[in-house]
Design a protein around this ligand. Sequence first.
Ligand SMILES: [Zn+2]
Length: 134
Amino acid sequence: MGNWLRKVMTGRYGVDELSRFLTVAALAMLVLSMLFNNGFSLLFWLLAIVSLVWSYFRLFSRNTYKRKAENNAYLTLRYAATRKITGVKQRLRQKKYYRFYKCPSCGVTTRVPKGKGKIRITCPKCGESFIRKS
Ligand SMILES: [Zn+2]
């Protein structure tokens, strides 16, 4: 890394997970814009430019406090998204052997074995019991 570059980057925010995501997203948008031949093409191209400009703006930003907050917001979102996806995946895998019911009183989802006929389900959270066919 050259001396001038170190000088330029002093006090700047630099790269974090959000910038990395933005760069990858920009590349993906560019590829998508090449795949489409209509209005979507322009839309994806614009999104790619916006993502790139945003990631560069963050890279050279001196407001590290605000950039850190943005990154944290992104990480929280990503965590929630991956948790939801793994939840759905798990449920799909278990669908063969279990049925899922929502508690009518508190909304919590409970898992019961499949093929047991009519059964009384007791909610593990609020204790409400309800009858369902499994
Ligand atoms: Zn409940």
